[in-house]
Design a binder for this molecule. Structure first.
Ligand code: NAD
Ligand code: TYD
Length: 353
């Protein structure tokens, strides 16, 4: 049995759905259902007796303590977070509340529970903390990719809050012996991603013939990984990763933002030869750059490849094509996440451009 936090969000939902599909474990999903969490993401599990959804906050120690006592999980897989850099620039407070203090309260509840287990249960237990490449800061054009020993240099409030949570997890392992692991992953894309992030935002805007807002010169580089590949890596780290270790996960797939947007536009041109918005690349508009915008991220995945035999399966082209198809085939999901709150965000963030 696993307790998964943030399992109604993008990566968490992909992880829970994949884990239930291969019957890896019984799962309790704990999620506060912020704007980014959506029960529709877990709709396929509505009749699965091996999955339980619990609405709640990771900072609620009593609730987490009760769930741990009642369900006796062998692992806690911690996805819950505020995850959007632009939102952290507009309002960093919730990032500190959830990513830093929330992770602290979760760790305290887990520590208390774990210390009460039998010696053999304590050895078997795992706390898997999901984090980001953004904790390492920004690379120059010729720098080697980040590896697990790269010093932390977070630049955005989001990255700083994730770095703090990584340090807390490390300290709980070092001080109390909690069997924790940390993974730092590059940019994910795929089904169920909230359309505030680059790829789903551009797909949905292009379909409507709206302008495609590229920040700055569009030459910032990200290392893109299809979400199913990330979830597979997490499964392997949980099963075979060495306790106390950090594993970098990435797609070995560096693209400028302009390359990403042009590829999406080309896919849409091909799918919709009669679209009045063709060629979709005409919709690209350069807008004011993000404050403190990191120039380049890239991950060295030698360690996870060598130790656990993991490599990404999906190519960028095949992953993007699958992603576009998913957004086209799920208009009800798209409709349901584009609530009033979402429209307010678009107005706040892009309205003045
Ligand atoms: P997301 O924003 O789509 O989902 C986050 C989920 O956490 C939501 O379901 C939300 O309701 C839930 N949540 C937020 N605050 C909570 C709280 N206090 N208590 C309980 N639940 C809460 O995020 P995502 O993109 O799926 O990212 C998941 C994790 O992976 C995050 O920790 C993020 O830092 C990390 N990560 C994301 C990426 C990426 O490209 N998306 C890359 C690397 C790492
Ligand atoms: P994003 O998906 O927000 O992920 P992150 O900031 O975690 O890397 O952004 C990916 C890249 O795309 C980043 O360099 C910022 C850029 N971007 C735009 O150019 N326009 C947009 O509207 C958004 C949301 C992002």
């Amino acid at each position: 049995m696993w307790l998964v936090t943030g399992g109604a969000g993008f990566i968490g939902a992909n992880f829970v759905l994949a884990a239930r599909a291969r019957n890896a474990a019984r799962i309790v999903t704990l999620d506060r259902l912020t704007y980014a969490g959506n029960l529709k993401n877990l709709e396929a599990l509505a009749d699965d007796p091996q999955h339980l959804f619990v609405l709640g906050d990771i900072a609620d120690r009593d609730l987490v303590g009760r769930l741990l006592r009642e369900h006796q999980p062998r692992a806690v897989v911690h996805f819950a977070a505020e995850s959007h850099v632009d939102r952290s620039i507009h309002g960093p407070h919730p990032f500190m509340e959830t990513n830093v203090m929330g992770t602290f309260h979760l760790l305290e509840a887990v520590r208390q529970h774990w210390q009460g287990l039998s010696a053999s249960e304590r050895v078997e237990f795992r706390f898997l903390h999901i984090s980001t490449d953004e904790v390492y800061g920004s690379l120059g054009p010729k720098d080697p990719p980040f590896c697990e020993t790269t010093p932390y240099a977070p630049n955005s409030p989001y990255a700083a809050s994730k770095a703090a949570s990584d340090h807390l997890v490390r300290a709980y392992h070092h001080t109390y012996g909690l069997p924790a692991l940390v993974t730092n992953c590059s940019n994910n894309y795929g089904p169920f991603q909230f359309p505030e992030k680059l790829i789903p935002l551009m797909i949905l805007k292009a379909l409507k013939g709206e302008s495609l807002p590229v920040y700055g010169d569009g030459l910032n580089v990200r290392d893109w990984l299809y979400v199913a590949d990330h979830c597979e890596a997490l499964g392997q780290v949980l099963a075979q990763g060495r306790v106390g270790q950090t594993y970098n996960i990435g797609g070995s797939n560096e693209k400028t933002n302009l390359e990403v947007v042009h590829t999406l536009c080309a896919i849409l041109d091909e799918l919709f030869p009669d679209s009045p918005h063709r060629p979709h690349a005409r919709l690209i508009t350069y807008v004011k750059d993000r404050l403190g915008h990191d120039r380049r991220y890239a991950m060295n995945i030698e360690k996870i490849s060598r130790e656990l035999g993991w490599r990404p399966r999906e190519s960028f082209e095949s992953g993007l094509a699958k992603t576009v198809r998913w957004y086209l085939e799920n208009p009800a999901w798209v409709e349901s996440v584009q609530s009033g709150e979402y429209r307010e965000w678009l107005e706040l963030h892009y309205g003045s451009n």
